[in-house]
Write a protein of this length. Structure first.
Length: 127
């Protein structure tokens, strides 16, 4: 049985989905994790269905390649989205680790190691 992936015209032209997604505002991590959980369940189910479909086709000795390819395309899309979600989650995790910049009482950001505020000249309290 020959099974070749049909060419996907949008793949060649579009920017990588992960890179595109990162430039958008980052959705809350909880929402991303929920979507990932749901997608992983859908993926498991689809994989089982695909296996069942293969066995059924084997029993009938009648392979419908188009059906199999359709299912594989859907699974590949799910995987692609899962990859995006991983990227987004790792970005949001690294953002969470970044500490809030220290600020002077006047509101100006304080540079690390500076003794005086660059805006108002107030002495920086050692912390
Ligand atoms: Zn200041």
């Amino acid at each position: 049985m020959r099974m070749r992936r049909a060419p996907q015209p949008e793949e060649a032209t579009a920017a990588p989905p992960a890179a595109r997604a990162v430039r958008r505002a980052l959705p809350p991590a909880g929402q991303l994790r929920r979507e990932r959980r749901v997608l992983l369940q859908v993926r498991e189910r689809r994989l089982r269905d695909l296996g069942g479909l293969m066995v059924e086709m084997y029993r009938r000795d009648q392979f419908r390649q188009d059906l199999l390819v359709d299912r594989c395309v859907e699974l590949a899309k799910i995987d692609e989205r899962l990859g995006e979600l991983e990227t987004l989650l790792s970005v949001s995790a690294s953002r969470g680790r970044v500490r809030e910049a220290a600020r002077c009482e006047c509101g100006a950001p304080l540079f690390w190691g500076s003794k005086f505020c660059a805006q108002c000249g107030r002495a920086v309290a050692p912390t």
